[in-house]
Design a protein around this ligand. Structure first.
Ligand SMILES: Nc1ncnc2c1ncn2[C@@H]1O[C@H](COP(=O)(O)OP(=O)(O)OP(=O)(O)O)[C@@H](O)[C@H]1O
Ligand SMILES: [Mg+2]
Length: 452
C-alpha cells in the first residue's frame, strides 16, 4: 500500500497515522486488509452536518428509532445493504449523472414487480459477507463463516439471471472459490477447528487416513468386546472409549471374580470396574497419535485455506459493495411502490414539489395533507405562516427530506418533483429563525449563490 498516491497533506497524514496506530494497538496484529482511504471531497457529496441529520430525522438514534428516513427506505435484505444505506443517506450525491443512474435502476426494478420480489428472496439468503471478508483478512474467520460465504456465493447465479433479464450489470460469480470451499469444508462444520469435523473428506489424503482410524473404531471395539466376552465368559462385558480415560473394558461388580489377572484396574464406578489390557493400551496410543495428527493437520489446512482465501478479498469487497447497491436500489423500488412515490426530475432553475408529503409523518397518520412548493428564478423565497401546530415545521422538513431522497437516488413522496441539485443543506439556520420569529421564514438559496 503506497500512501503517496493519495496526496495527503500533513494534517491528513497525521490523522491517518493516528488511525492506524489505534488499530494496531486495539487489533493487536498487523493490519493488512484495509483499502486505501478515499479523499472525501465536499464537491462529491451534499454537505449534511450532524445537526441537520438529527433535525430532519434522517438516521436512527436512541430517541427516534423507527421514525426516520432510514426506516422508511430500509427495504434492504442484506446486512451490508442496510449499513450502506445509512452511508448513502448521510452523503447524498450532487452529480446529476450518478443520481440519475441510481434512479434509472430503481425504475427498472419498479417496472418488473415480479422480478423485484424474486430478487428480494435471493438477497435474503445472502449473509453478512462484508463482515466475513474482514474476518478472513484478520485470519479470524470460522468454519461456519466459510460455509455462510459459500451459501451466499451460490445464490449469485440466480441473482445474475434476474439482473440480466432486466438488462442490468451482473455480479462476478466466483466459481473457483465456491469449488474450493465446497471441496474443503464440510456441510455442517463444528465451530472448533481440529476436531476432524471441519475439513471435508477427500481434501487431504493424510487427514483422511487418520480419520479412518476413528471411523472404523466402533466395529473394531465390537470385535475386541466379542473376543473378551468369549475368553472371560462375562456376557455383559463392554469395551468402550472416552476422551479422558481412553479405552477400557467395563465389568459389572457381579462378575468381578471372573476378571482375568492380566486386566489392569483403571477406574472404579458405583456398579462396575473399568480395566485396561496391553492390547488396548497399544491401541490407545495409536488413537491418541491419530487424534493429535488430526488436530494439527486440520488446523494447518484450515489456516492455509484462509490464506488462500485472502487472494479473493479484494474482489469479494467489490462484490459486497455491488450487492449492497442492488439491495438498496431494489429496496427503493419497493418503497416507492408501497408508499406511492414518484421519480424526481432535476433542473437548476426550478424548485417544484406538487402535493409533497413528509415520508415519515405520513406513515403515522391516515390523513396527511399534501403540500406543494413552487420556486423559480423570479420567486426565490417563501414566507410561511400559520397557527401553532399547523404543520409549518413538517412542511419545511419535508422539502428538505424530499431533496435528500432525490439526491440519494430514491423516488420521492410527491405527485411530481422538479428539483435543483443542492450542494449544502442548512436547516439549522432556518430552525434558529423559527425560534426568533413566530412565523417561519423558509429561505431557499440558489446553489450557485452559495459561498461554499
Ligand atoms: N401535512 C400534514 N398532514 C397531516 N398532519 C400533519 C401535517 N403536517 C404536520 N402534521 C402534524 O401536525 C402536527 C404539527 O406539525 P408541526 O410541528 O409541523 O406544526 P408547526 O406549525 O411547526 O407547529 P408550531 O407552530 O408549534 O411550531 C404534528 O403532529 C404533525 O405530525
Ligand atoms: Mg414548528
Amino acid at each position: 500500500m503506497n500512501i503517496d498516491v493519495l496526496n495527503l497533506n500533513n494534517n491528513e497524514l497525521l490523522a491517518l497515522g493516528a488511525v492506524f496506530k489505534y488499530l494496531e494497538i486495539t487489533q493487536k496484529q498487523k493490519i493488512t486488509h484495509f483499502s486505501l482511504p478515499k479523499h472525501f471531497k465536499s464537491s462529491n457529496n451534499m454537505i449534511l452536518d450532524s445537526t441537520t441529520i438529527l433535525n430532519l430525522g434522517l438516521l436512527p438514534n436512541r430517541e427516534n428509532k423507527g421514525k426516520t428516513l432510514f426506516d422508511v427506505l430500509k427495504f434492504t435484505k442484506t446486512p451490508m445493504g442496510s449499513r450502506t444505506l445509512k452511508q448513502w443517506i448521510s452523503k447524498p450525491l450532487i452529480d446529476k449523472k450518478s443520481i440519475e443512474k441510481r434512479l434509472e435502476i430503481v425504475e427498472i426494478f419498479r417496472n418488473d414487480p415480479l422480478i423485484m420480489e424474486e430478487l428480494k428472496e435471493y438477497l435474503s439468503s445472502i449473509r453478512d459477507i462484508e463482515r466475513i471478508i474482514s474476518r478472513i483478512s484478520l485470519l479470524r474467520a470460522t468454519p461456519r463463516d466459510l460455509v455462510a460465504l459459500r451459501f451466499s456465493l451460490e445464490v449469485l447465479p440466480y441473482i445474475n439471471e434476474l439482473l440480466s433479464a432486466l438488462g442490468l450489470d451482473t455480479l462476478e460469480e466466483f466459481h473457483d472459490l465456491i469449488g474450493l470451499l465446497h471441496s474443503a469444508i464440510t456441510e455442517e462444520p463444528s465451530t472448533q477447528v481440529g476436531t476432524g469435523r471441519v475439513i471435508k473428506k477427500g481434501f487431504n489424503n493424510e487427514l483422511d487416513q487418520y480419520k479412518e482410524i476413528f471411523e472404523n473404531s466402533s466395529v473394531f471395539l465390537k470385535e475386541i468386546e466379542l473376543k473378551e466376552k468369549e475368553k472371560t465368559g462375562i456376557s455383559n462385558l463392554k469395551v468402550s472409549r472416552n476422551k479422558i480415560y481412553g479405552f477400557y473394558i467395563e465389568v459389572t461388580k457381579a462378575n468381578i471374580d471372573k476378571v482375568p489377572p492380566h486386566y489392569i484396574r483403571k477406574q472404579t464406578l458405583v456398579n462396575s470396574e473399568r480395566f485396561i489390557t496391553e492390547e488396548l493400551r497399544n491401541l490407545e496410543e495409536k488413537y491418541s497419535i491419530a487424534e493429535k495428527k488430526i488436530d494439527e493437520l486440520e488446523k494447518r489446512l484450515f489456516n492455509n485455506l484462509i490464506l488462500e482465501l485472502q487472494k479473493y478479498v479484494k474482489d469479494l469487497k467489490i462484490l459486497s459493495s455491488n450487492i449492497s447497491k442492488i439491495d438498496i436500489l431494489r429496496g427503493f423500488a419497493e418503497a416507492s411502490i408501497k408508499n406511492n412515490y414518484s421519480k424526481p426530475d432535476f433542473d437548476d432553475d426550478n424548485f417544484v414539489i406538487i402535493n409533497g408529503r413528509h415520508p415519515v409523518v405520513e406513515q403515522f397518520t391516515d390523513s396527511f395533507t399534501p403540500n406543494s412548493i413552487k420556486l423559480d428564478r423570479s420567486k426565490r423565497f417563501v414566507i410561511l405562516t400559520g397557527p401553532n401546530m399547523s404543520g409549518k415545521s413538517t412542511y419545511l422538513r419535508q422539502i428538505g427530506i424530499i431533496s435528500i431522497m432525490a439526491q440519494i437516488g430514491s423516488y420521492v413522496p410527491a405527485e411530481y418533483a422538479k428539483l435543483p441539485i443542492l450542494k449544502i443543506f442548512l436547516p439549522e439556520l432556518v430552525l434558529k429563525m423559527m425560534l426568533l420569529v413566530e412565523n417561519l421564514l423558509f429561505l431557499w438559496r440558489w446553489r450557485k449563490f452559495l459561498p461554499y
